[in-house]
Design a protein around this ligand. Structure first.
Ligand code: PMV
Length: 322
């Protein structure tokens, strides 16, 4: 018996990056990662009983189909479902819309199928849609440990620090609404197989995690920024060194980086991070957020600046679907 359910899940931005898989079938990451959960931008999902399967999903439907199939396999569910997933971030533009949409979908399925009290069930399902989705289930600063167990039992996410530990505003310079030319899954695999600097990126991940954790523990924005910026630039180096090369940045992305560096030289406490796309997110102390937002909006090629902050809460249920 299916219960109608509706959920919302936030997007998240990686400070230490997940890039590459140690097990493609179970979707287990090769690297641990550290992220910040957003407050306003994310995805909504609804599961409703239906006469035949209907999938109304923004973004790549294969991810939702994978999650749905896993839920069917785990529960023996045969009933048809109507599945709705909508994003409030630009779909597939490197702003983690796959993370929020798959977290929202997994949580919605958990209530529809009676597993809502089992966070590991929800995380496992979310991970099959998008690795980084497990981080969107939680609020604040989230650590997702890659683990080494072949069955993925030690691959888990936890809140490393609550949002109020280091209150930060976020301004996201959106440089395109177009879907990225190569999906993150395909790009990861190409990097693993062909990029000469991929091995070093994975090797250095435990040190980056350590630095990120300590910077957060010390509430040290400058050190957190240096880890996040280094991780972003290295991720894009790994991508460009792949064969054939993948260049996800646009001229405007590089201009945003320059503006952030110049503002920081003038004493503005801020840093940038870039995931697998051309948009650039800037973390900044609240008192300087408006100044950063205006500077980003003035850059040619920045089509919009999104305003958000590191959020307390992760994915949650909404009032029951109609
Ligand atoms: O979870 P996916 O398959 O959308 O991959 C996310 C990869 C990055 O955003 C680039 C890094 C990360 O840790 O989120």
């Amino acid at each position: 018996m299916i219960r109608a359910s509706r959920t919302w899940a936030p997007a998240n931005l990686a400070l230490v990056k997940y890039w590459g898989k140690r097990d493609a079938v179970r979707n287990l990451p090769a690297t641990s990662s550290l992220s910040a959960t957003l407050g306003l931008f994310g995805s909504e999902a609804a599961i409703l009983p239906a006469d035949a399967d209907v999938l109304e999903v923004q973004g790549d439907p294969r991810r939702a189909i994978r999650v749905l199939q896993a839920a069917r396999d785990l529960t023996g569910l045969r009933d048809p479902l109507r599945v709705v997933v909508r994003n409030t971030v630009p779909t597939a533009a490197g702003l983690a819309s796959s993370a929020s949409s798959m977290a929202a979908l997994a949580l919605a399925l958990s209530r529809a199928l009676g597993f809502e009290d089992d966070p590991l069930w929800v995380a496992r399902l979310a991970r099959l849609g998008s690795g980084s989705a497990v981080r969107s289930l939680l609020g604040g600063f989230v650590e997702w440990v890659a683990g080494i167990a072949p069955d993925g039992s030690d691959c888990q996410a936890r809140e490393a620090f609550p949002a109020e530990h280091l209150p930060l505003a976020i301004r996201i310079a959106v440089t395109t609404d177009a879907p990225k030319p190569v999906s993150s899954g395909d790009a990861m695999e190409r990097c693993r197989l062909t990029s000469p600097c991929y091995g070093d990126f994975v090797r250095d991940n435990p040190a980056a995690m350590e630095q990120g954790r300590w910077a957060l523990a010390d509430r040290d924005l400058a050190r957190l920024g240096s880890v996040a910026e280094e991780q972003s630039l290295r991720l894009h180096e790994v991508l460009r060194a792949a064969s054939p090369p993948i260049d996800m940045l646009l001229p405007a992305s590089r201009d945003v980086i320059d503006v952030v560096l110049r503002m920081r030289d003038r004493g503005v406490p801020c840093f940038f991070t870039i995931d697998a796309g051309p948009s650039v997110a800037v973390f900044v102390e609240e008192a300087h957020a408006d100044a950063v937002g205006s500077a980003l909006a003035a850059i040619p090629g920045v089509i919009r600046v999104l305003e958000d902050r590191v959020a307390v809460e992760g994915a949650r249920f909404l009032a029951e679907a109609p």
